[in-house]
Every structure is written in C-alpha cells, then in structure tokens.
Design a protein around this ligand. Structure first.
Ligand code: GCU
Length: 374
C-alpha cells in the first residue's frame, strides 16, 4: 500500500466499507476470498441491485435472420438470433445481433448492451470492431425490459417477475434484469464454435456500463467487464463523491434500475451505506476490468471512477495480482493505464461512447489476451 501514498490517502478520505473484512470480523485471506466474494455479492444484491433469480437450466437460440453473404463487404457473418429460456412464470425470449469476422476462426467477443437497436449504431462501430479481429454481440436493452422509469415493470422480465405488485425491498431492478439477459446471451454464445469462449467481455455505456459491471461481477465466465462513463451505481465510489446522489435517481425515476432498499440511502450515502462501488469491481477480481471516464462527465465523477479502481486493487494484490498500475496521482486527461488487470482511461469531452473509448477497450482486450499467451 505504501507505494501509493497520495492515492491511498484519497481512498481513505472516502471512508469506504472494508473489502477484506469478513462479515464475522475476520480478516479475509487468500483462501477466504471465495467466501468473501460471496458475501460481497450478497451485500450488493441486498442493498443496491436486488437479488438475481437463478439461471435457467437451458437457453436455446434460433437464427431468425441471416444477412446476405456480402454484408460488410463480405467480411462479416451477420445474424439475428432469438434466445429463449424458462422462467418461473413461463418462457421468455429476446433477439440479439451477432457479428462474426470471417477471417478469424475463433474470435474473442465484445458483448454490448446497447441503448438503440440500430445496426451500426452511433455507440457501436461494428465494422471497425470486426476489422480489428473481434466478434460482437449486441443486445438492445429495451428488448429485455422497458426503461420508462418510475417503476414500470409492465413488460419483458419486469412483467414476468414483478408486474403491477409492489417490489420487496431486495427484489431486483432493471440493471439486474439487463445483466441477467447478458448472461443468457453468453449461455448461447458458448454453444457457438466460431467464438473464443475464454475471451468474452461484457461492455456498456452509462446506465448500461453499470449493468456491464454488475453482470461481470456475478458471472465468472466473462473474461472482462468494461464500463464506459458508468458513474454512480457503476464504477464510481459514491461516498463523498461529487457525482450523482441517490436523490437524483429518485427524482429522475431511475431508482427502478436498483432495488427499493437503495432509496433508503438517500441522504445517508456518506454515512450508512454498507457497500460502495469498489465492491462491484472487487467481485470481478482477478479477472480483467476496463473503466473509461470522460473529463466533463460531472455526474459520473471521473475521480471517483478512478478511485474505485485503486480501492479494488487491494483484492487483486491479496490474490497475487496488481489491479491498477498507476503513478501516485490522478491521471491527466488523455492518460491510459493498461498495464495491470484493471485498465483505466480518461479522455477529453462529454458523456458519450466514442470511437476513442472503443479503441481503448480493443487495445486493452488485445493486450490482455496476448499477455496470457506469453
Ligand atoms: C442519467 C443517469 C446516470 C446514467 C445516465 C445514462 O444521467 O442519471 O446515472 O448513467 O443517465 O445512462 O445515460
């Protein structure tokens, strides 16, 4: 710890709940980590995202659209697939797009949870990504449950699991549902031999960056979780942050992304929250994480996004890894820190999923796959 004195002080100032103190007061050791991770996931479910129902036994996928041979100049096999699975209240299914670069027999893949159904989309340069040797799967998040705010659970997984009744305090919210859907797509992707099953990253921007992290935290089959400008409820430490507060989610109606219990922390986030977002990053350890911030994204609070990377590194170190590798200062705009298991960059500009961000994530992913093969 002493190697990062300034940053460790910045972390201490936030008065974070300790990652490595077990619920019964013991100090978490390497061999206790599995148990501690389960505690952390439980704390996060109970207090912020709600409990995730168990995974279905079987997920099936049907190709419902096959693009023409010449799609993307013939370089890419583009399909639309409908995945279906059982829930306690009947079958549920939704479509997603799959893009497989024909020149790579087993391509590593980015699974993007996206805001729009457009192909290509402003947030997703399909051809550039596939040209870089990556496969891509894209879920349109409203195919899973609407985002009408204020507790509208009238369609998709919302209707299946909640509908019109009042939620229990620890029942899941929409972030949980979108994350669950991404795991169901992964269930299917793992049956496709054109994909490198060991190297699948889940990625999202903003509320869907919160979702991608929560998904990777729970589902250990993901090689990497990528958060673009995810802010509070995502990568950013909430305690003593300058970003959004619980009251902002309550006012906007976006409290329904979280569980009901989350609302109780309004006004108390600096005092009584038994978790903070470094718990989410730590639950991904020792797998890879890449966090992207934007200088002018005040709501997401870039400093707090960076500090949770520093705080979560404690777990990586316990497990014999490094976490984030950084000089002992806040990164300047234009910096990319890609040496450790936790990557971070901060770019100029506003809240947005830009080409710059995608280039960072592709670079980080490529580097980590190469490092593994060394
Ligand atoms: C709002 C919200 C943020 C969220 C963002 C987004 O600004 O308050 O928490 O990240 O929307 O998803 O675009």
């Amino acid at each position: 710890m002493s190697e990062n004195t300034f940053l460790q002080q910045e972390v201490s100032r936030r008065q974070l709940p300790p990652l490595l103190k077990m619920n019964d007061g013991r100090t978490c050791t390497h061999s206790l980590w599995k148990e501690r991770r389960a505690e952390i996931l439980d704390i996060l479910q109970k207090n912020i995202y709600g409990y995730t129902p168990k995974a279905p036994e079987k997920v099936t996928g049907e190709i419902i659209e096959q693009a023409r041979e010449r799609a993307f100049a013939g370089k890419v096999n583009q399909q639309k697939i409908f995945v279906t699975f059982d829930t306690p209240n009947g079958k549920f299914g939704f479509p997603f797009y799959l893009f497989l670069p024909r020149s790579i027999p087993k391509a590593p893949l980015f699974l993007l949870i996206n805001f729009r159904p457009d192909i290509p989309d402003v947030y997703c340069p399909v051809e550039e990504i596939t040209d870089n040797g990556f496969a891509l799967a894209i879920i349109y998040y409203k195919d899973v449950v609407n985002d009408n705010l204020h507790g509208d659970y009238s369609d998709g997984l919302g209707k299946i699991f909640i509908g019109n009744r009042k939620r229990r305090p620890d029942e899941w919210g929409k972030i949980g549902m979108w994350a669950y859907a991404a795991s169901r797509v992964l269930d299917y992707l793992l049956t496709r031999e054109e994909i490198d099953h060991r190297h699948v990253a889940v990625v999202g921007h903003s509320r869907l960056g919160k979702t991608a992290l929560w998904c990777a935290a729970q589902d250990e089959r993901f090689f990497m979780g990528i958060s673009n400008n995810s802010g509070i409820g995502g990568a950013a430490i909430a305690k003593h942050s300058t970003g959004e507060r619980v009251i902002d989610f309550i006012k906007a109606g976006s409290w329904d992304w979280f569980c009901e219990k989350f609302k109780e922390y309004s006004g108390y986030e600096d005092i009584s929250m038994p978790y903070d977002q470094h718990f989410v990053l730590a639950a991904i350890a020792p797998r890879y994480i890449c966090v992207g911030s934007a200088e002018l994204d005040k709501g997401a609070d870039p400093k707090s996004e960076f500090l949770s990377c520093v705080a979560a590194s404690e777990v990586y170190k316990l497990l014999g890894y490094k976490g984030i590798i950084t000089p002992d200062k806040y990164p300047e705009v234009g910096t990319s820190l890609h040496e450790g298991e936790i990557g971070y960059h901060i770019r100029k500009g506003h809240h947005y999923f830009s080409r710059y961000d995608w280039n960072q994530y592709m670079r980080f992913m490529r580097k980590k796959i190469q490092d593994e093969n060394c």
